[in-house]
Design a protein around this ligand. Structure first.
Ligand SMILES: [Zn+2]
Length: 289
């Protein structure tokens, strides 16, 4: 298992939702069931990965113009979507915030692990460095409400000069999200759009099976798909597939119309969650705001 490859945390994937678990999923407006701390960390990171990959789907399928690296755009869309989850589903806004905090913690933990392991830093990667992605999320969270998160920059060692720019950066990200919905979103009378299937292949480990079971029971995948199809007209069907890949990654594969989430990534997040106590940065959200 390659815990040190931080890029996998934000890479591309797909999710499956077996019909057998649909009855366990929560519907629109229903409160999701409580999660233990460990599983919240894992599912939070997976939902962020899913949103990041779905952003790639939208950017490609709807031919959305992006200035700058698409990976950064996908991160900003995923982060702003979770911060402004109330735009999509008011009942899930609190859970979305917890999930985003889990993602920030996951990125910081992944970075610390890779540094401690002496891994080569992939400066050439299309994603920003994992630690930069962590600070980008922190900046947007702080910028979304500087009074509420007043202590956050100091906790993560972000200089004041950087933090002062965050409210403006969040405002721009939020404006971009609204622009995306207004210009590319589904309008009244627009067709329902193509379907999105979810398939879980056989999980290779007990841990990945457990995470997959929790994912299905949580309704995260179904609800994300439902909100996506409500807000956008998907032009061509695609599939979210959980499968064994040989490495902990996620990826949108346009030629196959598949968003693949590797079971190794689920295992990876579970292991990552257990190493959180080894560093300081990842516990920033463990304290009250
Ligand atoms: Zn990506």
């Amino acid at each position: 298992m390659n815990l040190v490859r931080p890029v996998v945390v934000g890479a591309v994937l797909l999710l499956l939702m077996p019909l057998t678990v649909v009855s366990q999923s929560t519907g629109p407006g229903e409160q999701p069931p409580p999660l233990d701390r460990e599983m919240l960390f894992v599912l939070g990171n997976i939902e962020y990965v899913l949103l990041h990959e779905l952003a790639h789907v939208l950017i490609g399928d709807l031919d959305i113009p992006v200035i700058g690296p698409e990976e950064n755009a996908a991160d900003y869309i995923a982060t702003a979507t979770l911060i402004r989850a109330d735009l999509f589903d008011e009942s899930r806004a609190a859970r979305a915030r917890e999930f985003l905090h889990a993602t920030a913690n996951g990125l910081a933990t992944s970075w610390d692990f890779s540094v401690n392991a002496g891994q080569e830093i992939q400066y050439w990667d299309s994603h920003s460095l994992t630690i930069q992605r962590f600070y980008q999320i922190i900046c947007l969270i702080y910028g979304s409400n500087p009074e509420r998160f007043a202590q956050l920059p100091a906790r993560v060692g972000m200089p004041e000069g950087r933090a002062t720019r965050c409210p403006g950066e969040f405002a721009r990200a939020e404006r971009s999200l609204r622009w995306l919905l207004e210009n590319y979103g589904r309008k009244p009378g627009d067709p329902e759009g193509a379907g999105i299937q979810v398939e879980y292949e056989r999980a290779p480990t007990r841990t990945s099976q457990r995470v997959a079971d929790e994912l299905q029971a949580s309704g995260i995948i179904d609800n994300t798909i439902r909100r996506l199809r409500e807000r956008f007209t998907i032009r061509e069907p695609f599939q979210i597939t959980f499968r064994r890949c040989g490495q902990p990654q996620a990826a949108w594969i346009p030629s196959d119309r598949q968003l693949v989430i590797c079971y190794e990534l689920l295992d990876n997040y579970f292991a990552l969650g257990r190493t959180r106590s080894a560093t300081n940065r990842q516990t920033i959200f463990d304290e009250p705001d």
